[in-house]
Design a protein around this ligand. Structure first.
Ligand code: FO1
Length: 325
C-alpha cells in the first residue's frame, strides 16, 4: 500500500484519520503510505460573515493536536470572550464560536475573499497544524447540507443538528450547490491513483453522503483500481456518536451495520463497497453480507484510544488486501 484515501466527516472521521496516519506511518507494519483525507464540506456555514468549516477544522485540530478532547470539535483550552460580548448585545446564538476557533474562521474568510480556493486555504491552515496527511475538501465550491423538516420547512444542517438536536423529524436532506460543484482538484487524481480507499465511520447520510453528492466522486469510487473498504459507524444498532439514527430514519434505513452497508451498496452490483468492517457485536451482519458478495469482517470498532483505532485501520487494510489478491 503506497497511497491511501480516506473519505471523512465529523468527529468519527477525524478520530479514524488518526488511526490511518498511525497505521501507515514510516516504519509501521503495513508499510508507509501517503494519506489523503477528503473532508466533508456539507456542514459548512457562514455566520456573522465568517466561513466556518466544522469538519475540515475538526480534522485539522484533531490531527494537529489542538482539538477539545471531550467535545471532539473546537479548540482545546477555548476562551469565550467574543461569545460574552455578543450576548451583551443580545445575540445569544445557538452556534457556539470560541475565540481561538474564530481566529481560524477569520483567516479562512479573508483568504477566501482574497481569491484563494478552499483547497488552498486548507493547505495554508495545515502549515500550522501539520496534520501529517494531505487534507483536501471534497469540493472548493460551497455544498451545504439542508434539512427538509416534516412540516415542510427547510433549515441549514447545523440549525437542525445543533439548535434542534436532530429531534425534529427530517424528511430529506438536500445538498445545496452540489449540482454545480466539482470535486476539489486533488480528489479525483487521488482516487484514481489510490491503493486503498477507506470510508470512515462517519455519518453515512450527511457526512459521507455530502461528499458523494459532489458530481464525479461516486463515479471515481466505482472506477478506482483500489479496494474500497467502509467502516461501520453503527455498532449494535446505535450510532457510536452523533445522531446518524435520525438521519437514517429520514430515509427509512434501519440503524444497523447491515443496513448502512446496503445503503452504500456492493461494488460488484454497482454499489461502492468492496468490503465492510463491522464491530464484533455485529458478527451476524458480516456473515449475511459475506453471502451477498461483500468482503466483511467483524473486529472491535470502538475508537477509545490510538491503538484501538490503528487496529481497526489495519483490519480494514487486511480486508482490502483480500480484494486485490
Ligand atoms: N456542535 C454543537 O453541538 N454546538 C455548537 O455550538 C457547535 C459549534 C461548532 C463550532 C465550530 C465547529 O467546528 C464545530 C461546532 N460544532 C458544534 C460541531 C458541529 O456542529 C457538528 O458536530 C459537526 O458539523 C458534525 O460533523
Amino acid at each position: 500500500v503506497g497511497k491511501v484515501v480516506v473519505l471523512a466527516g465529523g468527529v468519527g472521521g477525524a478520530r479514524f484519520s488518526l488511526g490511518v496516519r498511525a497505521a501507515f506511518a514510516p516504519g509501521a507494519s503495513d508499510g508507509a503510505a501517503t494519506v489523503t483525507v477528503v473532508g466533508n464540506v456539507g456542514d459548512d456555514i457562514t455566520l456573522y460573515g465568517l466561513r466556518i468549516c466544522p469538519d475540515l477544522d475538526t480534522l485539522l485540530y484533531t490531527l494537529g493536536g489542538g482539538i477539545d478532547p471531550e467535545q471532539g470539535w473546537g479548540r482545546d483550552n477555548e476562551v469565550f470572550s467574543v461569545r460574552a460580548e455578543l450576548a451583551a448585545y443580545g445575540e445569544t446564538g445557538w452556534f457556539t464560536l470560541g475565540d481561538r476557533d474564530i481566529a481560524t474562521h477569520l483567516l479562512r474568510t479573508s483568504w477566501l475573499a482574497s481569491g484563494l480556493t478552499l483547497s488552498e486555504v486548507t493547505a495554508r491552515l495545515a502549515r500550522r497544524w501539520r496534520p501529517g496527511v494531505r487534507l483536501v475538501p471534497a469540493s472548493d465550491q460551497p455544498v451545504e447540507t439542508h434539512v427538509e423538516l416534516a412540516d415542510g420547512r427547510e433549515v441549514h444542517f447545523q440549525e437542525w443538528w445543533v439548535r434542534a438536536h436532530a429531534a425534529i423529524p427530517a424528511r430529506r436532506f438536500r445538498f445545496h450547490g452540489a449540482e454545480a460543484a466539482q470535486p476539489a482538484p486533488a480528489v479525483l487524481p487521488a482516487l484514481a491513483e489510490a491503493d486503498l480507499v477507506l470510508i470512515a465511520p462517519s455519518n453515512p447520510v450527511v457526512s459521507v453522503g455530502a461528499i458523494l453528492a459532489v458530481p464525479g466522486i461516486a463515479a471515481a469510487l466505482h472506477t478506482t483500481p483500489a479496494p474500497v473498504i467502509g467502516v461501520s459507524p453503527i455498532i449494535g444498532g446505535a450510532p457510536v456518536r452523533g445522531m446518524a439514527d435520525a438521519c437514517l430514519q429520514a430515509e427509512n434505513v434501519p440503524t444497523s451495520a447491515e443496513a448502512v452497508a446496503r445503503r452504500y451498496g456492493c461494488r460488484r452490483e454497482g454499489g461502492l463497497l468492496d468490503g465492510w468492517l463491522v464491530d464484533l457485536r455485529d458478527r451476524a451482519a458480516a456473515e449475511v453480507l459475506a453471502k451477498e458478495g461483500y468482503r466483511a469482517a467483524a473486529v472491535p470498532l470502538l475508537m477509545h484510544d490510538l491503538d484501538a483505532t490503528t487496529g481497526m485501520v489495519r483490519a480494514a487494510a487486511a480486508l482490502g488486501a483480500t480484494v486485490r489478491g
